[in-house]
Design a protein around this ligand. Structure first.
Ligand code: C2E
Ligand code: MG
Ligand code: MG
Ligand code: MG
Length: 282
């Protein structure tokens, strides 16, 4: 990195590295207590059926309200949670929180049947994962198929046999499985066919230059086609504008999760939104 920035910056760069390491230490020590101190919160981003405008599900997305640094997005602390193993208790908490949030919405008569929760590679290696997922669903009193578990394509193919077995176990319990960030690793059809997946989430990176970039156009078209051929549903993540929406809808992908419709929102805003959109429909 130092070299790339040119010859004369060694002193500066080492100071920069020290600051980075220091920042990391501050974050890690804070992360150990964040759960107990109630600093972690779960936001939810609606998943919309473009044909009707109805919200068909939500994805649980973690945020950290840091006492000094403020509102932190997962990219700034999930990797640290992953490295330190803290993602295990944090991930379990997200599962429990998301399941009981869905139960609370359903109890209020709101029509919402799917909450999706991200599972990190470390969680996929946790021998107690199935048990924890099962308990979260039972304790909340939701149906297993109300819960969708998101695993990234790259996490799966780090360890295909183990993860496939795990996903089969979860499917047996009735949970749904989505393949997140799909297209980046570009799995072969053969490997994909062995995976018990209900839904493929097209990675948002492919939409940035849709419809102008011909390569991205071809990739997205192929992914939609691929999903169809393995009988999986497909959802487009990161749709931000009307052109991108039109593009995917024209190709038969109606489920959308993106800023075009909604950003991730705190639970009380989701509740208000569900009330509003359901009123409109009735
Ligand atoms: P992801 O699972 O792929 O989640 C979707 C990300 O795309 C979210 O970022 C969401 O805010 C963002 N997004 C959605 N629509 C748009 C759009 O139209 N434009 C743009 N630019 N972005 C959009 P977020 O919330 O920052 O989360 C980032 C990643 O952090 C997630 O990517 C997921 O990998 C990870 N993550 C979040 N919550 C958890 C969690 O509870 N556990 C684990 N293990 N990972 C999590
Ligand atoms: Mg996800
Ligand atoms: Mg994704
Ligand atoms: Mg991601």
């Amino acid at each position: 990195a130092a070299k790339a920035r040119g010859g004369g910056c060694y002193a500066f760069c080492s100071q920069e590295l020290r600051e980075e390491a220091q920042q990391k230490k501050v974050l890690v020590s804070g992360l150990y207590r964040a759960l107990d101190k109630g600093e972690l919160v779960v936001y939810y981003q609606p998943q919309v059926d473009a044909a009707t405008g109805n919200i068909v599900g939500v994805e649980a997305l973690l945020r950290w309200v840091h006492p000094e640094l403020g509102f932190l997005l997962p990219d700034s602390f999930i990797p640290l949670a992953e490295q330190t193993g803290l993602i295990i208790p944090i991930g379990e908490w997200v599962l429990q929180t998301a399941c009981s949030q869905l139960a609370a919405w359903k109890k209020k008569g709101l029509r919402i049947h799917r909450v999706a929760v991200n599972l990190s590679p470390a969680q996929l290696r946790d021998p107690q994962l199935t048990d924890k997922v099962h308990k979260a669903v039972e304790k909340a009193g939701i149906f297993p198929d109300n819960l969708e578990l998101e695993v990234t394509e790259s996490a799966v193919f780090q360890n295909p046999d183990e993860v496939i077995a795990l996903l089969q176990e979860l499917k047996k319990l009735g949970m749904r499985v989505a393949l997140d960030d799909f297209g980046v690793g570009y799995s072969s059809l053969i490997r994909l066919k062995m995976l018990p997946v209900d839904r493929i989430k097209v990675d948002r990176r492919f939409f940035r230059e849709i419809p102008s970039n011909r390569r991205d156009v071809a990739i997205v078209e192929n992914i939609i086609q691929l999903a169809r051929s393995i009988n999986a549903a497909v959802i487009a993540e990161g749709v931000e504008n009307g052109q991108q929406l039109e593009f995917v809808v024209d190709r038969g992908c109606y489920e959308i999760q993106g800023y075009y419709y909604y950003h991730p929102l705190p639970p009380e805003e989701i509740e208000a939104l569900l009330l509003r959109t359901q009123d409109r429909k009735d």
